[in-house]
Design a protein around this ligand. Structure first.
Ligand SMILES: Nc1ncnc2c1ncn2[C@@H]1O[C@H](COP(=O)(O)OP(=O)(O)OP(=O)(O)O)[C@@H](O)[C@H]1O
Ligand SMILES: [Mg+2]
Length: 359
């Protein structure tokens, strides 16, 4: 059979794209494998606020047409050159729960899980895409001697919406993945100890616990980074745009001239930190073990001084996610990539999985 040299090398040279369509911005990351290394080719983000008549940094609820348009724009601005994409599905558009099943059904999961799932899913089962993973350690069953299965359901309409968005931007989607799985791949190192992740998005904050690389528990908190901006705007009599700019510029670490800003930001983030601290304490008590740390992701995590503030209030080692640390990039970009990294965790995680698939 004839084959060309370029075919031989095409596997090597394939660039892939991770696409994270968040509520406030779309993030894209293009990676390529080169001599065993994962090379960062390009990345970019575009704020969605302006497509919805809102300010930058605000959460939006846009339809597929506007999102497709914004995706096209960011692909152009970031000079993306591949159409081979993987796309994240928002956690809020999915249903993730843990099923506890008798050990005896281990060999019949393909029939048992869809039946059990009906108890957890509020819509007809044929309207959703179901996926599941066994998460209990098979050598060490759960305290009740049950098989624990992580159940994931995504509504068909959601998949259809994201398919349309990708198609509008002429991307070929190899897979869709719920964002928390992508973030875990990019933000955590392989390890056995349980670790928590908090994703500070614009409208909401997601919290999950990961053990042996598997998600054990997940919550969504209806408080996000945009709330800090809105509160600062009200407190300091600034427009939302001004408040957002100052929040990003100074965060919690500004000079004394911006002490009011700092006070306002601290005041509005405190309930969220307290809720995370409570969630962690409750998890540790329930499982009778401590978490090895809390990793921060999402654009809101890049708030200057946040890590230090949280460290004083949460009884677990706080670390910033460093997804670009898993990629090779020019040295002069190192600092910028470390700082921006948390925002791109989901997009990096998607592209990493696609590269793994291509082998
Ligand atoms: N340098 C910064 N300092 C403080 N906050 C920031 C900074 N950069 C971005 N943010 C905030 O991060 C938020 C956006 O984060 P991110 O892009 O992770 O959200 P999203 O993915 O769009 O939202 P979600 O995941 O909830 O759908 C915005 O509300 C913005 O104000
Ligand atoms: Mg997000």
């Amino acid at each position: 059979m004839a084959f060309s040299i370029s075919q031989l090398f095409s596997k090597e040279a394939k660039s892939v794209l991770g696409v994270d369509i968040g509520s406030s911005s779309i993030k894209v990351v293009q990676l390529r494998r080169d001599k065993g290394r994962v090379v960062l080719e390009t990345y970019g983000a575009i704020a969605l606020g302006p497509y919805a008549g809102l300010e930058i940094g605000r959460a939006t609820a846009l339809g597929a047409d506007k999102l497709g348009e914004a995706l096209k724009d960011v692909l152009r601005e970031a000079n993306v050159t591949t159409q081979d994409a993987a796309v994240a599905i928002p956690y809020a558009s999915s249903l993730v729960s843990i099923l506890k099943l008798p050990l005896s059904v281990q060999k019949q999961l393909a029939t048992v899980v869809p039946i059990e799932a009906r108890k957890y899913i509020p819509v007809p089962i044929n309207e959703v895409l179901l996926d599941w993973f066994v998460v209990s350690d098979t050598k060490k069953t759960s305290p009740e001697g049950k098989l624990e299965v992580l159940l994931v359901a995504i509504h068909n309409d959601t998949i259809a919406k994201f398919r349309t968005i990708a198609a509008t931007a002429q991307l070929q989607t190899s897979f869709f993945e719920i964002e928390i799985f992508s973030a875990v791949r990019a933000a955590l190192d392989r390890g056995l100890a349980p670790v928590a992740v908090a994703d500070f998005g614009a409208g909401t904050t997601k919290f999950y616990v990961v053990e042996r690389g598997l998600i054990r528990e997940s919550h969504i908190i209806n408080h996000g980074a945009q709330d800090l901006t809105l509160a600062a705007g009200r407190a300091l009599n600034l427009t939302v745009m001004q408040a957002e700019e100052r929040k990003r510029k100074f965060g919690l670490t500004g000079p004394s001239e911006v002490a009011d800003l700092k006070k306002s930001l601290e005041l509005s983030i405190s309930p969220l930190i307290a809720e995370l601290a409570r969630t962690i304490a409750a998890w540790e008590q329930r499982n009778n073990q401590s978490l090895s740390g809390l990793v921060l992701t999402g654009g809101g995590a890049t708030l200057k001084g946040l890590k230090e503030l949280m460290q004083g209030k949460i009884n677990a080692e706080i670390r910033m996610a460093d997804p670009f640390g898993k990629t090779a990039a020019p040295a002069f970009l190192e600092k910028i990539l470390k700082e921006a990294g948390p925002e791109f965790a989901v997009a990096v995680g998607l592209a990493l999985r696609r590269l793994q698939e291509l082998g």
